[in-house]
Design a protein around this ligand. Structure first.
Ligand code: ARG
Length: 476
């Protein structure tokens, strides 16, 4: 794009390696945070009398004007300008005139980009956590609908003991609940504002980092300027949180893939799971669940990419740090799409109850129950384990009541109920276990955790709202 009739760009964008240094594609999505940070910074310059009130007004009005242009899609992005910060600065000069040159007083792009990223992180956590809460809500609802539906539980992917679909869904609930905890804690730890750290050593001017920190909704300003411009811990934590969340989602995705196969047949194969084959007319593939599994790989890569960039960097700012944004934005995009799709799958998938019921009647699932019945009659567990193992090896149908009574007279009257799925589930009353009574208590705990997290999210929402307030506030 031509630069004629425009104010000259700052000289640092015109180097021979300009194209290589350019980061606009990666940092352009940060523009709203960049503007909000700049507005707060301009207000601080006014507050500390480093600029006059008229200058402050001119800067803030110009920045808000840019905010409107960005919002309406009319902002003149110039790809030849190095990054989002430079695009804003050059445009501000066009709108506000030479006073634009005062905005960078006591500030560097090093503390500027660090503050942008923390404001971005706040909003990213909010958007991922709201989706996680929606998923949790869906898991809870489906768990209560399927609280009495038996399903084989597996270890080593071999049928092990009976659980319920409700219990299985809640197991996934708790994984995602820990993800929420981690994300909220990551946001809390990122609550120090880097603005005022300058390039690396603060400023000789009487700037007020605490004032600007408060204006931007941070708990406090940075403790150490060298640390502040190089600290990417919040981004690394965010990526870890998202990678682990992706791993959790991939586990559920994998179970959906398995359960929707003809071999398992626990889930009806429907269009909610994906699409058909372009060649095989009969196919209905669980592509969506597969892709959820696959996206986790990419997010893990994002985490490793960032940690590898950070490893061995000397203090304070190094240009390597510019490589931090692409993996973070990629992982956040993946997380939101995965969670939206997963909620839809959980909400719309239908279980094949007949198939589950017949799987639940597999006598293998009752072997441990039989051993524990013997324990109730005083047999030491090791002996019971041995005896039941031998009985299973010798009998083609271990659930046959006559064979049971013959082999284990003590079990007697219980024999006919031992392999009844509803009875078998009802017996597993361990707190946190699959019996419907225990699952009801578990659901109540899950509901309480969900509500506590929803409350934390709404207070985070107020901080997220600060960005729009800064961008839109009417000036007195
Ligand atoms: N584009 C840079 C980044 O993302 C902004 C900071 C540049 N600072 C500098 N001293 N060149 O890290």
């Amino acid at each position: 794009m031509s630069m004629t009739n425009r104010a000259p760009a700052p000289s640092y964008v015109l180097t021979p390696t300009a194209e290589f240094l350019n980061s606009l594609e990666a940092d352009r999505p940060l523009v709203r945070y960049d503007l909000a940070g700049s507005i707060a910074h301009a207000e601080m310059l006014g507050h500390t009398k480093l600029i006059t009130e008229a200058e402050e007004n001119a800067l803030v009005d110009g920045l808000r004007q840019i905010g409107k242009e960005v919002h309406h899609g009319s902002f003149p992005w110039r790809s030849e300008l190095e990054d989002v910060h430079t695009n804003v600065e050059v445009r501000l000069r066009e709108l506000a005139g030479p006073v634009a040159g005062k905005l960078h007083t006591g500030r560097s792009r090093n503390d500027q980009v660090a503050v942008d990223e923390r404001l971005y992180l706040r909003e990213a956590v909010h958007s991922v956590v709201s989706r996680l809460l929606r998923l949790e809500e869906t898991l809870l609802t489906r768990a209560s609908e399927e609280s009495g539906t038996p399903i084989p539980g597996y270890t080593h992917l071999q049928r092990a003991q009976l659980v319920t679909v409700g219990h299985w869904l809640l197991a996934h609930f708790w994984r995602f609940d820990r993800d929420i905890d981690r994300l909220l804690a990551t946001e809390r730890r990122a609550n120090a504002s880097p603005l005022g750290a300058g390039a690396l050593a603060g400023s000789t001017l009487p700037i007020d980092p605490a004032w600007v920190a408060e204006r931007l909704g941070f708990d406090r300003p940075f403790d150490n300027s060298l640390d502040a411009v190089s600290d990417r811990d919040p981004l690394a934590e965010l990526l870890f949180d998202l990678a682990l969340m992706g791993v959790h989602a991939s586990g559920l995705g994998e179970e959906v893939v398995l359960f929707a196969s003809k071999e398992f047949g626990f889930l009806e194969r429907s269009s909610v799971l994906g699409s058909g084959s372009s060649l095989m007319p009969q196919k209905r593939n669980p592509d969506a669940a597969e892709l959820i599994r696959g996206k986790a790989g990419r997010t893990l890569g994002d985490l490793v990419a960032l940690l590898t960039v950070l490893k061995g960097l000397p203090l304070a700012y190094d240009r390597d740090l510019q490589e931090d944004k692409a993996p973070v934005l990629d992982a956040v995009r993946a997380a939101t799409s995965v969670l939206d799709t997963l909620s839809e799958i959980v909400r719309k998938s239908r279980f094949d109850h007949a198939r589950l019921e017949s799987a639940a009647r597999d006598p293998e699932l009752g072997a441990t129950d039989l051993a524990e019945a013997l324990v109730r009659h005083g047999v030491p567990f090791r002996e019971a384990h041995e005896a039941v193992g031998a009985y299973y090896r010798a009998n083609p149908d271990p659930s046959d009541v006559a064979s049971l009574k013959a082999a284990f007279p003590a079990v007697g009257a219980e024999a006919s109920l031992l392999f009844n799925p509803a009875e078998a589930i009802g017996r597993r009353i361990t707190s946190g276990g699959p019996a419907p009574s225990a699952v009801a208590q578990q659901s109540a705990r899950a509901r309480a955790c969900l509500e506590a997290h929803a409350a934390s999210l709404s207070s985070l929402g107020r901080k997220v709202g600060l960005i729009e307030e800064l961008l839109n506030e009417e000036r007195k």
